[in-house]
Design a protein around this ligand. Structure first.
Ligand code: HEC
Length: 126
């Protein structure tokens, strides 16, 4: 049968192209890579002006309250409570804050933001 080989070859090529297109579509459907919770927490920490009053490493306000080892000193629960309502948290934990009233304004974070920032804070263990 003349031309049979050519037809088969063209069909084969068409199949290859179709397969390749399918592959591309499968690739585009993939979820974009998720930034880790720690990285998201760090961005929120910066975006919410926490460095106006705190230091981490060499960043932030020089005479601010340092948080370099806060992940070693405090528990996750302690940090969450502080971020939800610093004033009542400090009142409730006089020993931890030397009996001084809180000078930290309520950052008004959503519960999700609190969780993400705490995920970042617990990694600070200088
Ligand atoms: C206007 C200044 C100010 C800002 C802004 C501020 N803080 Fe504070 N923060 C303080 C002060 C002062 C303390 C010490 C305890 C107190 O007064 O409440 C403190 C305490 C803390 C503590 C407890 C530290 C410990 O040793 O237990 C954490 C955690 C904390 N802040 C996180 C944050 C985060 C996260 C943000 C941003 C969302 C933030 N702070 C914004 C002033 C501030």
């Amino acid at each position: 049968m003349p031309g049979f080989k050519t037809k088969t070859f063209v069909l084969f090529l068409a199949l290859l192209v179709a397969w390749h297109e399918l592959d591309k579509r499968a690739c585009a459907k993939e979820k974009p890579p998720q930034r880790s919770r720690t990285v998201q927490g760090k961005s929120l920490f910066i975006a919410n002006g926490c460095l106006d009053c705190h230091t981490v490493g060499k960043k932030g306000c020089e005479e601010g309250v340092q948080l370099d080892d806060v992940g070693k000193r405090r528990t996750r629960e302690f940090l969450k409570e502080h971020l939800r309502d610093p004033e009542s948290h400090v009142k409730k934990n006089k020993d931890a804050f030397h009996g001084d009233p809180s000078l930290m304004p309520n950052p008004n974070l959503s519960e999700k933001e609190v969780q993400l920032i705490v995920d970042y804070l617990v990694t600070l263990k200088r």
